[in-house]
Design a protein around this ligand. Structure first.
Ligand SMILES: *[C@@H]1O[C@H](CO)[C@@H](O)[C@H](O)[C@H]1NC(C)=O
Ligand SMILES: *[C@@H]1O[C@H](CO)[C@@H](O)[C@H](O)[C@H]1NC(C)=O
Ligand SMILES: *[C@@H]1O[C@H](CO)[C@@H](O)[C@H](O)[C@H]1NC(C)=O
Ligand SMILES: *[C@@H]1O[C@H](CO)[C@@H](O)[C@H](O)[C@H]1NC(C)=O
Length: 246
């Protein structure tokens, strides 16, 4: 004789003592039976719900007036079309470009203006990390440039604020608008995220030694204005995930 219980007893112990509708898989169930009537009725119901939503969206999108203008080709003089780099790098050439845009419909305020850039890989692994969050935040962290492998310090070992390639490459095309020769004021306040302005860019951090090297990447910053108010910079520092961005 062995100590272990007989096999039949073992099996019995695994079967639930009371058999329920659940254990017998006899729960009541609903099954949809598609009849022509029910199908037509349900599609009609969906239609009644979605047609007003669609009409409202269509009317709302019809009201949007968008004008896209590509200026990078038109603004290069014809004798430089094969040498665009020479054009852009030559400081002697005046790069002001005047164009007339025709707006097809009335535009109601607020009117937003965006730059659209294609083929700029702001998501590059070394570019996207090339900034110092600490330095941007507080004056006491001004010398924290370790995160910026490039453009962290000048050739005289002076700290660059804001350091890094993202800030260095700040897009610097500018625009202005006139209507019938009257200049149109442009408001650049509140274009950046409020959370960025308040939490990420310090109101006591001022640009220093920025774009002072021999290789200039982009726009210069006014060193009397704290970073938290340089909203163009704040917008640019929020890097785009795709190479085609606004
Ligand atoms: C292109 O033309 C402008 C004036 O129209 C002139 O100043 C400039 O030197 C020319 N550049 C070249 C590379 O020929
Ligand atoms: C900058 O710092 C490096 C390393 O600390 C040093 O070798 C170099 O001489 C310094 N350059 C100047 C101009 O002070
Ligand atoms: C943009 O950068 C170029 C190259 O450094 C410079 O010549 C130009 O004056 C800058 N424009 C503005 C508006 O800062
Ligand atoms: C910098 O900003 C101050 C204050 O807004 C202004 O008075 C000054 O003209 C600006 N400097 C430059 C170079 O734009």
């Amino acid at each position: 004789m062995t100590d272990s219980p007989p096999l039949q007893e073992k099996i019995n112990s695994r079967i639930p003592k009371q058999s329920s509708v659940f254990s017998q898989q006899e729960l009541t169930a609903c099954k949809l039976i598609l009849t022509p009537g029910s199908v037509i009725a349900s599609f009609l119901l969906l239609g009644i719900i979605f047609i007003p939503i669609g009409v409202t969206s269509l009317v709302a999108s019809e009201k949007v007036v968008e004008v896209v203008y590509r200026y990078d080709l038109d603004c290069v003089p014809s004798n430089y079309t094969n040498n665009k780099l020479g054009f852009i790098q030559n400081p002697q050439i005046d790069k002001t470009c005047l164009k007339k845009l025709t707006i097809p419909k009335d535009m109601k305020s607020p009117i937003f203006v965006y730059y659209e850039i294609r083929g700029f890989y702001q998501n590059h692994r070394r570019y996207v990390t090339s900034k110092s969050e600490k330095q941007l935040m507080k004056k006491s962290y001004e010398s924290e440039t370790d995160a910026c492998s490039q453009e962290g310090i000048t050739s005289n070992n002076a700290t660059i604020v804001p350091c890094g390639l993202i800030a260095w490459s700040l897009f610097n095309d500018t625009y202005g608008f006139t209507i019938e020769d009257k200049p149109l004021p442009i408001n650049k306040k509140n274009i950046a995220w409020q959370s960025d302005r308040i939490n990420k860019f310090g109101s006591d951090v001022y640009p220093q030694n920025f774009q002072s090297g021999s290789l200039i990447g982009g726009a210069k910053l006014n060193s009397t204005i704290p970073l938290s108010e340089q909203e163009d910079l704040i917008v640019w520092m929020r890097t785009a995930a795709m190479p085609h961005f606004r």
